[in-house]
Write a new protein. Structure first.
Length: 316
């Protein structure tokens, strides 16, 4: 059913030989390719992140108008297994029992209980894709910001591989969160939020893997040959400052996601890439936490969702 060339959990025990740095655990497979830790703290934080996405989309798992009963779905290389990819794949498998759902990641995922139609595999989205042609009704991508070295090549692979592996009429959908906090009333100007955005962009560029892919995805998909490409952007509050009840709840959980996530988002990039000392990062994070708790700052981040369709035979 699955291509035996793709790494599975029963292979290479060395994959679980994690390495530790600055008090956090990181994956060993393609070590250094991804900036985020994969320890229990990261898992708990990413579980919150999955809930944020669920609230944002009012429980929807995707926006693409895929067929009613998809048979095969691929969740590509999110690098965030224990919660974000796992939560997405688990929910999709539960709500689409007809579908065989495959989730890929750099870290081994070994949940104790999964639906029979769900499988996780160890893989890197920048490597060659080894699945059969015309086999997926949907390819889902979430959270690849800062994970891909060459986005032109990635989308060329999307043309070559996703176009090969997607069935005609199948969809690719990509979800990315912005790393530059914004405000409509100027309350982030000159604050730690503005500094956060500047340093995050600088770190991503120095790492060679931009954190701004949400701004590029639509154009790249069109250039790759997908049709009916749609981009939707959402304002996700950071904090419970909105008056609207739904946005207030969303902001409350997103605040918690930031509070729990900022160390993992920055520690590796700032120490190994920008050359900061750990104590400098900790001071910076303390400043950011103060900013997060400032009710006079009405910050939000943009969540961008882009989806496109593989053309049908003979379709221009």
């Amino acid at each position: 059913m699955y291509d035996d060339k793709v790494d599975s959990f029963s292979l290479r025990t060395s994959i679980t030989n994690y390495y530790f740095e600055n008090g956090r655990r990181y994956h060993a497979y393609h070590a250094g390719a991804y900036w985020g830790p994969n320890d229990e703290k990261a898992s708990d934080h990413l579980d919150i992140g999955h809930h944020v996405y669920s609230l944002l989309l009012h429980g929807k798992l995707y926006l693409a108008p895929i067929i009613e009963n998809p048979q095969r779905v691929l969740d590509v290389g999110t690098d965030k297994p224990q919660a974000l990819a796992y939560g997405q794949c688990l929910d999709f498998a539960d709500t689409h029992p007809s579908a065989c759902v495959i989730g890929t990641d750099l870290s081994p995922i070994q949940p104790t209980s999964v639906p029979p139609n769900l499988q996780f595999e160890i893989d890197d989205c920048e490597d060659e894709w080894l699945y059969q042609e015309d086999s997926f009704d949907m390819v889902h991508v979430r959270g690849l910001y800062g994970c891909v070295t060459d986005w032109d090549r990635f989308y060329e692979q999307a043309l070559r591989h996703v176009m090969q592996h997607l069935k005609p009429g199948g969809y690719i959908e990509q979800v990315e969160q912005g790393v530059v906090p914004k405000s409509d009333d100027g309350s982030t100007d000159g604050t730690i939020f503005e500094k956060w955005g500047q340093i995050s962009v600088e770190a991503g560029e120095a790492f060679g893997k931009t954190l701004l892919i949400g701004d590029l995805a639509r154009t790249k998909m069109i250039e790759a040959g997908f049709v009916d490409v749609v981009e939707e952007r959402f304002k996700c509050p950071i904090g419970a400052w909105p008056k609207d009840p739904h946005l207030k709840e969303l902001g409350r959980y997103n605040y918690l996601q930031w509070e729990e996530g900022i160390e993992g988002w920055t520690m590796m990039l700032l120490t190994k890439i920008l050359g900061w000392q750990r104590i400098e990062v900790e001071v910076y994070l303390a400043q950011m936490r103060q900013g997060l708790r400032n009710r006079n700052i009405h910050a939000y981040q943009e969540i961008t969702i882009v989806y496109g369709r593989k053309p049908l035979p003979g379709e221009p």
